[in-house]
Design a protein around this ligand. Structure first.
Ligand SMILES: [Zn+2]
Length: 272
């Protein structure tokens, strides 16, 4: 990477000296501009699931009614690592070994990051198998607040670092010349409650399977939500009629923010 930078492929943003565990490290932040294809053909929706760390589904502009090859990342390994480290940490805390606790936190973060990098690579590989993909995810800025209200049982899973995963996906995707777009919280409203087949919005969804009381569809809950995200992008971009056949009963309206034809052509990839 540094050699590439010296040859002018990457641009230096900042160079910083950092002291870590008594040793000095040089921290380079590099930047490079990448051309992105201007007319995507396949929407790759990536979502954090209720039951999975990440979920992906592909929907082609040419055949929006047929979502393709859903894939789930359960994040079991990350859950296990966090469980183990949490256990050790609590023991150390009880013995008031606070310096050790801090060290352990750093180590845990490092191992979890490795896992996230691996999953991000798999997700970008997933996207690459489709023609002219664009990756779409929910903008999770400020999302933490809503978790404080969620049930205790769900807390560990929800605190899984999906946002960190998103930044890795964006960085790796851009290097492969794949564009990444974000939808606002408003734009993804009710995607988990809506049936992707008939558009009905359920009041509540329980368990792993989405069961539509209107059309009878049974579908993996996280994949159903992910398909809805892909559809909303398509309709807001003006790519064919992908709206559900009937209006949702909670008054969901999706404001178009992505105009067809106004695609961002360049992405700045930052490596830090
Ligand atoms: Zn339905």
């Amino acid at each position: 990477m540094i050699e590439e930078a010296l040859q002018g492929e990457w641009q230096f943003c900042t160079v910083e000296m950092v002291k870590k565990n008594g040793e000095w490290y040089v921290h380079f932040v590099l930047k490079k501009e990448v051309e992105l294809p201007d007319e995507p053909e396949t929407i790759i929706a990536i979502d954090r699931g209720e039951k999975n760390l990440a979920v992906a589904v592909a929907v082609s502009k040419n055949n929006p009614d047929k979502p393709m090859k859903g894939q789930l990342w359960r994040g079991e390994e990350i859950k296990r690592i966090r469980g183990n480290y949490g256990h050790i940490r609590r023991n150390l805390q009880r013995k008031k070994l606070l310096k050790k606790v801090k060290e352990l936190r750093g180590k845990e973060r490092c191992i979890v990051n490795q896992q996230l990098h691996m999953i991000a690579n798999q997700i970008v590989e997933y996207a690459k198998q489709f023609p002219r993909p664009v990756i779409v995810m929910e903008n999770l800025t400020g999302i933490r607040d809503s978790f404080t209200k969620s049930k205790k049982l769900n807390m560990r899973f929800h605190s899984l670092p999906f946002r960190r995963l998103q930044t890795y996906i964006e960085y790796k995707a851009n290097l492969e010349r794949i564009e990444v777009r974000y939808l606002s919280k408003k734009e993804v409203r009710n995607t988990s409650k809506q049936c992707h087949r008939c558009g009905h919005v359920a009041r509540k969804v329980d368990g792993r399977i989405y069961r539509c009381s209107k059309c009878g569809m049974e579908y993996d809950r996280d994949l159903n939500a992910c398909i809805n995200i892909a559809r909303r992008v398509m309709s807001s971009a003006g790519w064919g009629s992908c709206e559900p056949p009937e209006p949702a009963d909670e008054g969901v309206s999706v404001k178009p923010t992505l105009n067809a034809g106004s695609h961002r052509l360049k992405a700045v990839v930052v490596h830090g």
